[in-house]
Design a protein around this ligand. Structure first.
Ligand code: PHE
Ligand code: NA
Length: 503
């Protein structure tokens, strides 16, 4: 049996996981959601969800990832099996946690390719010229048609999609240490520098009018505290941005040394991600829009969808600035680097599944994984609404559901005492046992309530609104789940043989 992969250094592992978490979620999704749900009113449930769900689940995934790595498993298929004597049903349940990141990746990587395409277009002055007007809709118009033309998809869009897939493929082929870790070591510092640079530009734009945008986000208030939709969206954002509820953190944690301080690593992951979300992410898109347009236009612009803010509104604002082409280039480069380090993390769970459970060679595991990603990315590119449908089911609903499964299995079924023993092993931060109890009780109730509201209130309308492209997307999700369940069952005998062999 070949050795499992591992991180090269402590710094490398921290930066790689930071790269995992920091992505489009921080710089694009966060400001859109905040704008849409009232800025400071959104931030109250956001912070509560961060504290009560994000933090505990992050620590759980790190602790369990390290534990599972010691036993040779990194994917949720193997990890869930570990807790139930490798029963087939547990492995099938776990494979949902491999399906989620892959399904997300299938559209995430397509958006990633737009960011690279638009970076090039900015650099070579191919973006539309800005119109000087106070009317937000007029100002954005040329960029709207430009974006629509590009994502038809144009030949250029297709070229950058292929290039983006090739880059991901190349890095993953290099492996955890020589691929993912090295890219994170270059990418993370660059992301922070570009982010601070852009943040300063956007806040100070138009005689510091951009500053109004920051005020809008940090004017904390309780005006939406009773709206369940805001709670759902705020919690969904916490899961998405911290890469939780899909085993994406656990798989990175499975490559640490057994004596690694995972509690500390978890605290670092949350801190770095939140710095790049609520400080840097908050200082770019919203302030930029405030600098150029009136505050009333902001929620309206955000309503047009998450991507509109990034690919239509932002260029309209940035191209107006001195050296606009360059600022626009920096914006899309920042998005690209953030997206790249995350898309690698979205694919690694499947690679780990093939390597740990099927005992495939690295090259074979990467090749098959990338072929699946390529198929999915094509569907995202050519089937209308495929992106949104996948984003709803995989990027929201299944995430919360699997987060619930994780806590029930890793804390309740594993046992409070067992979990506490794993938690306190090799850590300088000695958490009291009450923390485990709180973790075991509060987040599940929280998630349950959210799912309850969702299913009761919105499920029917979501289910009943069907068109053919949505149907294709759902069928695809189902087929993919069945495919992974099949692998989970088929590979069980390989795992059992290994266990007998080791005895
Ligand atoms: N956390 C990433 C973001 O904010 C998305 C992601 C989710 C990446 C899960 C990897 C795994 O964009
Ligand atoms: Na994030």
């Amino acid at each position: 049996m070949s050795e499992r992969a591992s991180w090269g250094s402590k710094l490398g592992l921290i930066l790689a996981t930071a790269g995992n978490a920091v992505g489009l979620g921080n710089i694009l999704r966060f400001p859109s959601k905040a704008a849409l749900y009232g800025g400071g009113a959104f931030m109250v449930p956001y912070f509560i969800a961060l504290l009560l769900m994000g933090f505990p689940l992050m620590i759980i995934e790190w602790v369990i990832g390290r534990y599972a790595g010691k036993h040779g498993h990194g994917s949720m298929t193997g990890i869930l099996g570990l807790f139930f004597n490798h029963a087939s049903w547990a492995r099938i349940l776990g494979s949902i946690g491999v399906a989620i990141p892959l399904l997300i990746c299938m559209y995430y990587i397509y958006i990633e390719s737009w960011t690279m395409g638009f970076a090039f277009l900015s650099l070579f002055s191919q973006m539309p010229k800005p119109v000087i007007t106070a009317d937000a809709h007029e100002a954005v118009k040329p960029y709207v048609s430009f974006f629509k033309e590009y994502t038809k998809p144009s030949i250029l869009a297709y070229f950058f999609l292929v290039l983006t897939i090739a880059i991901n493929w190349f890095i993953l082929q290099k492996g955890v240490r020589r691929g993912i870790e090295i890219i994170a070591k270059i990418g993370m510092p660059t992301i922070i520098l570009l982010g601070i640079f852009l943040g300063l530009i956007c806040i100070s734009a138009n005689n510091w009018k951009g500053f109004e945008g920051l005020k809008f986000i940090y004017n904390l208030n309780f005006s939406k505290i009773t709206d369940p939709v805001v709670w759902v969206e705020a919690s969904g954002q916490i899961f998405f941005t911290l890469s939780l509820g899909m085993g994406a953190i656990a798989v990175y944690a499975s490559y640490v040394r057994p004596q690694e301080d995972v509690v500390k690593a978890g605290v670092y992951t949350v801190s770095i991600n939140e710095f790049i979300e609520i400080i840097i992410g908050a200082s770019i898109a919203i302030p930029a829009a405030f600098a150029m347009f009136s505050g009333i236009a902001i929620p309206e612009l955000a309503k047009e969808g998450t991507f509109r803010l990034g690919f239509m509104t932002m260029p309209a604002v940035l191209m107006n600035l001195p050296f606009g082409w360059f600022v626009s280039f920096v914006w899309f480069m920042l998005l690209f680097l953030a997206a790249l380090t995350s898309s690698l993390a979205l694919i690694q769970p499947l690679i780990a599944l093939f390597e740990d459970e099927m005992k495939w060679e690295h090259t074979k595991a990467v090749t098959v994984s990338m072929i699946l990603v390529t198929i999915g990315a094509h569907l995202s590119a050519f089937i209308p609404n495929f992106i949104d449908e996948l984003d709803f089911w995989a990027g929201c609903f299944m995430l919360l559901l699997f987060g619930l499964v994780e806590i029930v299995v890793f804390v309740w079924i594993f046992g409070i005492n067992n979990f506490y023993k794993e938690l306190t092993q090799n850590t300088t931060l000695r958490l009291p046992k009450i923390v485990v109890w709180i973790t075991a009780i509060i987040p599940p109730i929280f998630i349950f309530l959210i799912l309850y509201f969702w299913v009761i209130k919105d499920f029917n309308s979501i289910i009943s609104m069907v068109d053919s492209s949505k149907l294709i997307a759902r069928l695809f999700i189902l087929l993919f789940l069945i495919f992974l369940a099949f692998i989970a069952v088929k590979s069980r005998s390989i795992v059992m043989r290994d266990i007998r062999y080791m005895r």
